[in-house]
Design a protein around this ligand. Structure first.
Ligand code: 5GP
Ligand code: ZN
Length: 132
């Protein structure tokens, strides 16, 4: 399979490894969207959150928590965003499941905007669709 993250996991491509165990690996994201931007991923290839098995995901999210605390402390971050993109429409560019840990700093230039659409959205319609 021509997957860049599988190649990183198999050490065919170098990376800066933040953490590694039998099931998961965490590496520094090349882009460094914020200082210390880290990716946590399963060693086994799953494309996205729909596919990853529950036990692996449970372990992975524990590691995300540990690393979030570690990065916040060691890099003196003011906050942390945890982000996971699934499918192209959501901004996923590498189709090997991964969670971004983005340390945040006062006055950094990362832009995550939630536009308020509450005025044109009927919440009951949304709920009915989800639960029908
Ligand atoms: P996505 O857009 O799929 O959620 O995130 C993919 C991330 O992988 C991007 O932030 C991108 O910078 C990072 N990335 C892509 N190729 C490489 C690589 O070869 N090495 C590392 N360390 N990060 C990569
Ligand atoms: Zn892969």
């Amino acid at each position: 399979m021509n997957c860049i993250f599988c190649k990183i996991i198999n050490k065919e491509i170098p990376s800066k490894i933040v953490y590694e165990d039998d099931l998961v690996i965490a590496i520094l994201d090349l882009s460094q969207a914020t200082y210390g931007h880290t990716l946590v991923m399963p060693k086994k290839h799953y494309a996205n959150i729909y596919e990853i098995d529950d036990d692996t995901l449970a372990h992975l999210i524990k590691i995300v928590k540990e690393l979030a605390i570690k990065l916040k402390n060691k890099l003196h971050a003011d906050g942390i965003n945890i982000l996971n993109n699934n499918d192209e429409a959501a901004g996923q560019t590498v189709m090997h499941y991964h969670i971004h840990i983005l340390p945040r700093y006062k006055n950094d230039d990362l832009n995550i905007n939630f536009t308020d659409h509450s005025k044109d959205t009927n919440l009951d319609d949304v709920l009915n669709k989800i639960n029908s």
